[in-house]
Design a protein around this ligand. Structure first.
Ligand code: NAI
Length: 255
């Protein structure tokens, strides 16, 4: 307990990708994980290449990593493992979005989307896996899907975004099946419209009002609200859940 709050990740060592943007979901995950007692390493392409990576005043270890590049993931994960002494939780949060419609969608943009969102999730998982399998602290993987994967994009995500996130959801389910017998859980969070740089100011006032009216909870979500669902899936609170997709969408998509 710290200040009366139960520490749901006490003793856990967590790697979170895509946490460099202070207004993003990744940064909210890192803040909440640290609050709950985890030691955290953050991997992001926006950290400098020569980042010393050391923890800063109780904060996370920060490491440069382009998740779409296998070698970059391998180097960053080795340093994360050295710094943390092991890995018990992996959150694949790094991602990009684009609304390009299919008739304007060039092959290189489609490939880039899949490279970052789907292959990136595979790349990071692959290099974290030996440490996760060696963990005796109830290891868990949490991946970031999206409502776009479930409803066919249509808002800020085009077909390539929806397909990449659909791939992440299927990949997570397969991980759950393959890794369950070896003691590693794998689950997904599917956020709806969350107020980050990906979405803020992107709809225009009229469309934003209309969208909010169509959401049962009548508002967009916050990064902290997504982080709370991820905390649940990363912690032992969800010890009998694997292969599930938790919607964090205010009721925007109910199925
Ligand atoms: P953001 O753009 O604020 O943060 C994304 C982070 O990923 C940034 O720090 C960026 O530097 C990093 N990143 C991007 N490409 C990378 C690469 N190749 N290698 C390493 N790091 C890379 O976005 P936000 O909104 O915080 O999104 C986080 C995750 O949540 C993404 O996977 C996104 O698809 C997902 N999501 C977001 C929703 C939203 O409404 N904001 C809705 C549904 C899903």
């Amino acid at each position: 307990m710290s200040g009366g709050v139960p520490q749901l990740l006490a003793g856990k060592r967590a790697v979170v990708t895509g946490g460099a943007n202070p207004r993003g979901i990744g940064a909210a995950i890192v803040r909440l994980f640290i609050e709950h007692g985890a030691a955290v390493a953050v991997l992001d392409r926006d950290y400098p290449d020569n980042d010393a990576g050391g923890p800063r005043g109780g904060g996370p270890v920060t490491l440069h990593c382009d998740v779409s590049n296998g070698a970059s993931c391998e180097a960053a994960m080795a340093r994360a493992q050295d710094a943390l002494g092991g890995i018990d939780v992996l959150v694949n949060n790094a991602g990009i979005v684009a609304a390009t419609r299919i008739w304007d969608l060039p092959e290189d943009e489609f490939r880039r989307m899949v490279d970052v969102n789907l292959t990136g999730t595979y790349n990071v998982t692959r290099v974290a896996l030996p440490a996760l399998l060696a963990s005796d602290r109830k290891p868990a993987i949490v991946n970031l899907g999206s409502t776009a994967a479930l409803r066919g994009g249509g808002l800020l995500g085009g077909s390539h975004y929806a397909a990449s996130k659909g791939g992440v959801i299927s990949f997570t389910k397969a991980l759950a099946r393959e890794l369950g017998p070896r003691g590693v859980r794998a689950n997904c969070v599917a956020p709806g419209i969350i107020e980050t740089d990906m979405t803020l100011g992107k709809f225009g006032e009229n469309w934003e009002t209309e969208l909010k009216q169509g959401i049962p909870l009548q508002r967009f979500g916050s990064p902290a609200e997504v982080a709370q669902a991820i905390l649940f899936l990363a912690s032992d609170l969800s010890s009998y859940s694997t292969g599930i997709v938790v919607d964090v969408n205010g009721g925007f998509h109910i199925h």
